[in-house]
Design a protein around this ligand. Structure first.
Ligand SMILES: [Zn+2]
Length: 219
């Protein structure tokens, strides 16, 4: 008997055990909304009370139904990413990220731009992690295992957002690109945000194996 047409053989798309907290699920639709010019920036034509963050930045709309449908790996849920950053939640399990006197645990990939990267002021859209999830993430991904750097971050602050950039148009503003925009930028009113950017201001590069051993001793 042959397999039904269109169905991949088993094993081609293995179901990973863990769906990251910040991953988007197929049930979480993304209504676009009508974007209009209002004052010195953009607004939704039918804007509700919770469409902006506390700095007044407008965010992309998205449903909230994790666990329903299929996980869309590699696609980030805008508001869970923001929540994880702001509340210092682990990006994988959604529990508290790991904090010691040395700082909060972050795992960052090597940047193609080279070693100049690891300086204070480095910005990332990846939320922190707890130790078990950091170890699992690195173990599960051979690419990451060789190319990650674990950091203990003592000082960090939201620096801006990544999103779609608009400029004034005729009747409606015109989307012309996607980029990161700092909160101080004059363009901040013209971005439709999809991820919060964190600036890592003071940190130490640490050995994840040693962090794991210390974690096991204290728990
Ligand atoms: Zn975790």
């Amino acid at each position: 008997m042959t397999a039904p047409v269109g169905r991949p053989p088993l094993g081609v798309f293995p179901q990973p055990d863990v769906v990251p907290y910040i991953a988007r699920w197929s049930s979480e639709n993304r209504p676009s909304g009508v974007v209009v010019v209002k004052g010195l920036g953009i607004a939704y034509a039918d804007e509700g009370a919770y469409e902006r963050d506390d700095l007044g930045v407008l965010w992309k709309r998205i449903g909230w139904s994790p666990g329903k449908g299929r996980p869309e790996f590699g696609q980030v849920h805008f508001l869970r990413q923001r929540r994880a950053m702001r509340k210092r939640l682990c990006q994988v399990c959604g529990g508290p990220s790991d904090r010691t006197s040395e700082g909060t645990l972050w795992l960052v990939g090597e940047d193609p731009d080279g070693p100049e990267l690891w300086k204070p002021g480095y910005v990332t859209t990846h939320p922190p992690l707890c130790v078990p999830c950091a170890v699992t993430s690195v173990g599960a991904c051979p690419h990451l295992r060789k190319r990650y750097v674990a950091l203990r971050v003592r000082a960090f602050a939201p620096a801006g957002v990544h999103g779609v950039l608009y400029r004034p148009g005729g009747l409606f503003p015109v989307a012309y690109g996607a980029d990161g925009v700092t909160f101080e930028s004059p363009h901040i009113g013209w971005v439709l945000a999809s991820q919060l950017i964190m600036e890592l201001q003071e940190f130490t590069v640490v050995d994840l194996e040693a962090e794991h051993a210390a974690y096991l001793r204290r728990t």
